[in-house]
Design a protein around this ligand. Structure first.
Ligand code: ADP
Ligand code: MG
Length: 262
């Protein structure tokens, strides 16, 4: 069964893009057919997949405003082994241009339906805001993965995201679920990180991934080479952690599928 997973948190710098790119590459490495959708005008996921945002003819922007169709917009990531629906700077303008447009929240969903049969996973890298682009992502998604840094303000803002998700569930997307919370950039030597992590375990138990992504400089270096970590330093702790996350996701997914329908 195909799954559309949004990587969202309105906080910037929590590891959304790093997770989107490396989860996409890890799932591809495990034999899954993956499409990575870059919904952030900064286009970090696009560049990190080895695609030059300055050379794009078509992008999520042209797709959302109706100037390109999804087939001609998708590109392969050579370094990642997955397909990419790339972003460019002009995506920032989509918000304004779509403000009065018809079906403005459901445009991505409608476009993705056309290619759904070609992929096992569609991963959406959301921007750091609860704006129309994120909304398009959350309306299209089956589930949300929330990356969090284990720091003092980690939980602040989480209730805004959860409330937004509740409203989306009531009005625009009844099937959306929180797939899980992911601890990112984790430093086991930090007492604070350990305390915040313990709090997350206590409050979120089953919604928290067992896999923890460590702080690892190789993860921060890889994007400047236009490569996911698997194509940059496969033996690094960061690469191993994202592979473990992909395996955990597949195990959870398999368990859900195996559950009796009634
Ligand atoms: P977001 O998309 O939420 O804004 P990013 O994934 O872009 O966050 O991460 C923010 C910064 O932190 C980037 O420079 C990225 O390379 C770096 N980073 C992300 N995850 C890690 C990690 N596990 N270890 C070290 N650096 C990381
Ligand atoms: Mg990002």
């Amino acid at each position: 069964m195909m799954k559309i997973l949004a990587i969202a948190n309105q906080k910037g710098g929590v590891g959304k893009t790093t997770t989107a790119v490396n989860l996409a590459a890890s799932l591809a490495h495990l034999g899954k057919r993956v499409l990575l959708v870059d919904l952030d005008p900064q286009a970090n996921a696009t560049m990190g997949s080895g695609i030059d945002k300055a050379k794009l003819r078509h992008s999520v922007y042209s797709l959302l405003i109706g100037d390109s169709d999804i087939g001609q917009t998708i590109q392969p990531s050579e370094s990642g082994g997955y397909a990419v629906l790339p972003a460019s700077r002009d995506l920032a303008g989509a918000e304004v241009e779509l403000v009065d447009a018809e079906a403005r929240e459901t445009r991505l969903k409608t476009a993705l339906q056309q290619v759904a049969g070609q992929y096992d996973f569609i991963i959406l890298d959301c921007p750091p805001a609860l704006n129309l682009l994120t909304l398009n992502g959350l309306v299209a998604a089956d589930a949300v993965m929330i990356p969090m840094q284990c720091e003092y303000y980690a939980l602040e803002g989480l209730s805004d995201l959860v409330n937004t998700l509740k409203r989306i569930k009531q009005n625009l997307n009844r099937k959306i679920e929180i797939e899980g919370l992911l601890r990112t950039m984790f430093d086991p030597r930090s007492t604070l990180a350990q305390q915040v992590s313990d709090q997350l375990v206590k409050h979120f138990t089953s919604k928290l991934y067992h896999t923890v992504i460590p702080r690892n400089v190789r993860l921060a270096e890889a994007p400047s080479y236009g490569r996911p970590i698997l194509a940059y330093d496969k033996s690094s702790k960061g690469a191993q952690a994202y592979l473990a996350l992909a395996e955990e996701l597949l195990a959870r997914h398999g368990a859900q599928e195996a559950m009796p329908v009634m």
